[in-house]
Write a protein that binds this ligand. Structure first.
Ligand SMILES: [Zn+2]
Length: 258
């Protein structure tokens, strides 16, 4: 990719080949929301306001020729995750933007409509495909990168064994943002989700009382009981650390369940 440009059109091609969204930690902004239409399709803004800017022309050519594009998503400063293929299926000049499809079905079923029932159906499919193709992979990479590819609880550093755990779950409306995530190994993720232990807003780890007095082999002893009273390791950058409000909410749930 060309790190200097958001929209890339190599000289030897007629159309653009990639677009880019830079990484930012903006706690007040719900990610992606302002870029989605009522139909759930994502929108990508023009470069500036001139429809004939060469980069907008290059994007329009990709749309007209039905060519796939790569969307580089910012994971950290200078680090990107490529999401591909995506397609531009329409243009909304009044709002200075293109309409983005994430798979063939979204691409091939796009058509302008005012039919509320059709919009609802599209929205349901779009919610799922956008979550799978965009939100989940970007969330995982952003969280693992912020925690330097280590479990925040036990420091395990095998990426294949790591997850980005949500503090407030996806199903409860938790946002796919770094401050709603903690990097955890598979066992600690499952233990966290099943309330074997909790992380307090001051980052201290509390193991459930009945688990603490159990007797069993080394996994229980070291991987669970051994965490009690310790603290999680958080990212060095303050803006990437878990939200204390979300930790508080999750900790209250843990207390009332145990
Ligand atoms: Zn772990």
């Amino acid at each position: 990719m060309d790190p200097q440009r958001g929209i890339r059109k190599p000289k030897q091609l007629d159309a653009a080949i990639s677009i880019r969204t830079v990484f930012s930690v903006d706690l007040d902004r719900r990610p992606y929301d302002d870029e989605r239409g009522p139909d759930g399709y994502l929108r990508y803004k023009w470069r500036g306001t001139d429809p004939n800017h060469p980069e907008n022309v290059a994007l329009r050519r990709a749309m007209q020729a039905n060519l796939p594009l790569i969307w580089f998503q910012g994971i950290a400063t200078g680090l990107y995750l490529p999401i591909a293929p995506i397609w531009f299926v329409d243009e909304e000049p009044v709002d200075l933007q293109f309409v983005v499809a994430f798979d063939e079905q979204q691409r091939d079923t796009w058509a302008r409509t005012d039919d509320a029932r059709v919009i609802d159906l599209r929205r349901a499919y779009a919610d799922r495909i956008v979550r799978e193709r965009l939100h989940q992979p970007v969330f995982r990479e952003q969280v693992l990168t912020a925690y330097e590819n280590r479990c925040a609880l036990c420091r395990l550093r095998h990426r294949a064994l790591l997850d980005a755990a949500h503090i407030r779950g996806d199903a409860q409306g938790g946002e796919p943002v770094v401050t709603n995530g903690i990097a955890m190994c598979k066992i600690h993720h499952a233990a966290f989700d099943n309330r074997f232990m909790a992380v307090r807003p001051d980052y201290g780890i509390e193991v459930r009382a009945d688990v603490l007095i159990e007797e069993d082999g080394p996994t229980l002893k070291h991987a669970l009981q051994g965490l009690h009273g310790r603290s999680i390791e958080v990212p060095r950058r303050r803006s990437l650390r878990p939200s204390s409000a979300l930790l508080e909410e999750r900790y209250e749930e843990f207390l009332s369940a145990s």
